[in-house]
Ligand binder design. Sequence first.
Ligand SMILES: CC(C)(COP(=O)(O)OP(=O)(O)OC[C@H]1O[C@@H](n2cnc3c(N)ncnc32)[C@H](O)[C@@H]1OP(=O)(O)O)[C@@H](O)C(=O)NCCC(=O)NCCS
Length: 194
Amino acid sequence: MGERAGSATEVVRVGSGGAAEAGARGVVLRRLDGDGPDIPALRSAVLRLRLAPGQRSFTADATATLPRADADPNRTPFAVVRHGTAVGFGILDRLGSLAAIADEPARAVMFRAFYIAPEWQGQGIGRAACAALDPLVREAAPAATEVLVTVDPTNHAAMRCYLAGGFTPTGRHHHPFDAAPHPVLRRPVVLTSQ
Ligand SMILES: CC(C)(COP(=O)(O)OP(=O)(O)OC[C@H]1O[C@@H](n2cnc3c(N)ncnc32)[C@H](O)[C@@H]1OP(=O)(O)O)[C@@H](O)C(=O)NCCC(=O)NCCS
């Protein structure tokens, strides 16, 4: 799929470091706290990715979540890059709500603030990003043996995306103070890249 006319996305030359590894559909996860020559352009690009208005109850734009990640040493923000174009954003969080949702918080990492820009949704990029998490997790949270994510039960697209991307329900629920319980899903981390 090529560039979309009028899209807020742009092509950025992606460097070779920072857990970049071509996965399904040419999807690469590129951490945004590195110092590679492509990072400033990728950071600018993700800050232009806006959620659809109807999806803002599920997460916030990177304009809000990237600065918070920058200020928190437990969070590693990353861009979802497809053929050089930043199409999505996410964060790995080594603290978050892990104490409440993980059996062994020190051996888990939370996947949060994840979205694919609306013009790129429904093309398998979300599930490819989930399936490409392992190299980034090994780098950003080396002690983690599992990735956990919590999902709003009304967010059917996210649930299908996570299930297709290798997550499975744990049977646990996270209890936000202002919303219905969120199922907790897990994805085991393959500890070597063999
Ligand atoms: C959830 C999200 C990341 C999925 O990304 P994506 O690139 O569209 O995912 P995929 O193309 O891999 O599709 C995954 C599933 O979602 C479904 N899907 C995608 N967009 C959809 C939509 N607008 N409505 C309903 N289902 C949708 C797809 O049909 C697919 O399911 P299927 O293969 O069983 O039919 C994306 O929809 C998104 O960014 N949503 C807004 C933010 C959000 O909800 N983040 C998750 C917070 S937990």
